[in-house]
Design a protein around this ligand. Structure first.
Ligand code: UD1
Length: 429
């Protein structure tokens, strides 16, 4: 219930008056998808860790609450988060925290490694369709964990401690690769992960663990070798920039025909999306950690965007880029290969005047001349970001509800866009 509300719910909305013209520069925050496994890994250290460039996001706050629940000391000062795991005295994650953030499963390997046991509820299905964890469980079982799945709960123990193992993933799952890397860091012996995920967040996790004393090689490649060590120390680490937030700002620039700059980015991580923006007619200039984008007067269609594991086009950028292509000249085709149900934003984009048809994994976007503002609801995190992108270009007022999704992954999105000149504000009623 809303604070102070007697049976009333406070509903927050973003109000956008479009079309917007953007200009200027914004700094992109740290990567949500890095911070979560880094926070999980920090519980394995024998000394405190400091993570810099940690965005204030509801998912990050949930991860911090999980650590506190487990008995760790966690403090935030600005964008730095300090974790001292010395007092960790529990091995469970309550159902409410598991449900709040599906990716809390990435804590499993760390808890078993640290406590010798773990009790978690199933993360369950989510907005993107069923989200199985079979690869996580099979890998941890190979490392000696005994896992009972009963009544929606996972009851795990590793009586003899975790041991190194050969693990071959049938799909390069990001979360499963992270879980195994964390669990294997202090396991007895060597773990080899084949068909590992190669996302930049995997390299960030390996960098952090190695700074703490882990022995990991091959991160960023398909085979990762982790030689277990007796103990890990603490370290200070700066989280990599959020490539998905960056691609969302690029889509906002492109759809509004506005030249902007992004600071604090890693353009190599963005390579798979930059080529798509170039195909759409945008000029991109990269200099160290800055990037400038200059879109054409009208965007071109893109022939085929297939979401793939890194270094393919990221599934998380599919929705914002689709919103941008809804105003392009011609027909763009998207194929979603990672998640079953990742086109929930399409129905909402149609309300704004887009012309998109979905059949199974394929979405065909016929570019239209104009979008018009309307009330819409964020169906999930990146789908919500897509509505913000479209709302910036739509004529008139777009009212976006369902902000809890957007707040999971974008730090004060409306303030960043307003600083670029967008007419956007958050209201609550
Ligand atoms: C991570 C990202 C998410 C991104 C996704 C794909 C975080 C916190 N989240 O999610 O933003 O969209 O990578 O880049 O980093 N799968 C199984 N069994 C498993 C695990 C996964 O079948 O045990 C399937 C999933 O259903 C999905 C595919 O593998 O179809 C990819 O999932 P995965 O790479 O694990 O994504 P996440 O780590 O959950």
């Amino acid at each position: 219930m809303a604070p102070g509300g007697k049976g009333c719910l406070t509903v927050e909305k973003l109000l956008i008056e479009g079309p917007s013209r953007l200009a200027g520069e914004i700094t992109v925050h740290g990567a949500k998808n890095s911070v979560l496994p880094l926070l999980a890994a920090s519980m394995l250290c024998s000394a405190g860790c400091v993570l810099h460039n940690c965005p204030v996001l509801s998912d990050v706050e949930t991860a911090m609450r999980i650590l506190r629940h487990l008995g760790c000391q966690v403090e935030r000062e600005g964008s730095s988060v300090f974790v001292d795991p010395a007092g960790m005295d529990r091995d469970d994650i309550p159902d409410c925290l598991m449900r709040e953030m599906r990716s809390s499963i990435v804590f499993l390997g760390a808890i078993i490694s640290r406590a010798g046991s773990a009790r978690l509820s199933f993360p369950g299905g989510c907005e993107l369709g069923p989200r199985p964890i079979d690869l996580h469980l099979a890998a941890l079982r190979r490392m000696g964990a005994v896992i009972r799945e009963d009544h929606g709960c996972l009851d795990c123990s590793a009586p003899g401690g975790l041991r190194g193992a050969r693990i071959s993933l049938s799909f390069p799952s990001v979360g499963a690769t992270e879980n195994v890397m964390i669990a294997a860091s202090r396991a007895d012996g060597t773990t080899i992960i084949s068909n590992a995920a190669r996302e930049p967040e995997i390299c960030d996790l390996a960098d952090f663990l190695c700074q703490c004393g882990a022995k990991i090689s091959g991160a960023g490649e398909s085979t990762i070798v982790i030689e277990g060590v007796q103990s890990l120390g603490g370290c200070e680490h700066r989280v990599i920039p959020d490539r998905i937030a960056a691609s969302t700002f690029l889509a906002a620039s492109a759809i509004t025909g506005s030249k902007i700059s992004l600071a604090g980015v890693n353009s190599i991580h963005l390579n798979p999306v930059l080529s798509v923006f170039e195909e759409a007619g945008c000029h991109i200039k990269c200099q160290e950690d800055r990037l400038e984008i200059a879109p054409p007067p009208r965007l071109c269609s893109v022939k085929g965007i297939r979401t793939m594991p890194y270094p393919g086009f990221p599934t998380d950028s599919q929705a914002p880029v689709m919103a941008m292509e809804s105003l392009a000249d011609g027909t763009s085709v998207f194929v979603e290969n990672i998640f079953e149900s990742r086109y929930k934003h399409v129905g909402e984009l149609l309300r704004l005047g887009a012309n998109i048809k979905v059949e199974g994994r394929v979405a065909v976007v016929e570019g239209v001349r104009r979008l018009s503002g309307a009330p819409v609801e964020a169906p999930d995190l990146r789908g919500g970001a897509a509505l913000v992108v479209a709302g910036l270009a739509a004529e008139g007022r777009t009212e976006i509800s369902g902000l809890k999704h957007i707040d999971r992954g974008y730090e004060r999105l409306e303030e960043s866009l307003a600083s670029l000149g967008a007419s956007i504000l958050r209201t609550s009623s």
